[in-house]
Write a protein that binds this ligand. Structure first.
Ligand code: GLN
Length: 275
């Protein structure tokens, strides 16, 4: 039977040390740091084979989050599968802004469009326990993952299978958030790194990257309560066009927010209701 040190040494021929440790920690169900003080421990043959298989898949490019089935978002561990986009650190900005808009302890009727893993909906529901959160996705497989995350993390969300607003029961929301597919067809990022393994429908509109954003911006006003906010994540190069779209579509108090890297990633506004 191989030792922890032998397995890690072998995997390091094709993987960064940190990834090898995370994968072995995952297979042995122990924290990666534990491995350092147990390098001479032997590993059962099946576990070793399981680890080698995962290391091989990682070396072939599969995302760490799909191999371990987990990704942290806003301080909580979410289950992820290839049915959902892997939560990104920059999307945490959308949670921060949503919390500012609702205010600590606020009660709001909140909608998350295209929830995927549920990372936005679940984080908002847990941070704003007095609020009501509805989450929609067009993919039943994604909704199953989101539902699992809501249960595992201990919150209640109304899940609806819906193509954006199309299947939603009529109501008004104080806050609508969305991290829609905004990568343009043919963007080279789609054929590199983790994105190759993620659901295409969560990443791209198969057009110019703005189709989903156009649709959400156009339809949201009929679902927003007076003074309610629409907050959207968009691509690193879409800030100017999204600003213009919001203004031309009758949104007021349009605002944009940079992520930690200084890139404007989130835009929003509320809609001037005709009275
Ligand atoms: N932020 C993702 C990326 O470019 C895209 C996510 C999305 O399309 N909503 O890697």
């Amino acid at each position: 039977m191989p030792s922890v040190a032998e397995l890690l040494a072998e995997a390091r021929q094709s993987l960064p040390a940190a990834e090898a440790r995370l994968l072995l920690g995952h297979v042995l169900d122990c924290p990666a740091v534990w491995l350092a003080s147990h390098s001479d421990d032997t590993v059962a043959a099946e576990r070793a084979a399981e680890f080698s298989a995962l290391a091989g898949r990682r070396a072939a490019g599969e995302p760490m989050a799909y191999l371990t089935g987990k990704r942290e978002f806003y301080g909580r561990k979410f289950t992820v599968t290839p049915a959902v986009l892997i939560p990104r650190p920059e999307t945490e900005l959308l949670v921060d802004i949503a919390l500012q808009k609702v205010g600590a302890g606020g009660t709001a009727n909140i909608l998350d469009l295209g929830t995927g893993s549920g990372c936005l909906a679940v984080s908002l529901a847990l941070e704003l326990p007095a609020s009501r959160v509805t989450a929609v996705d067009v993919s039943p497989a994604a909704l199953a993952v989101a539902r699992g995350n809501a249960e595992q993390l201990g919150t209640r969300i109304d899940f609806v299978t819906s193509d954006w607003f199309a299947g939603l029961p009529a109501q008004l929301f104080d806050l609508i958030v969305a991290n829609p597919p905004y990568v343009a067809a043919g963007d080279p990022h789609l054929s590199s790194g983790d994105l190759r393994f993620e659901p295409a429908g969560a990443l791209t509109d198969h057009a110019d990257g703005l189709a989903a954003i156009h649709r959400i911006v156009a339809e949201a006003p009929s679902w927003l309560a007076e003074g309610g906010w629409l907050l959207l994540e968009h691509g690193y190069d879409q800030a100017a066009v999204v600003w213009q779209l919001l203004v031309e579509s009758g949104y007021i108090a349009v605002e944009q927010w940079p992520d930690l890297a200084g890139i404007v990633r989130v835009s929003g506004g509320h809609h001037a209701k005709a009275c």
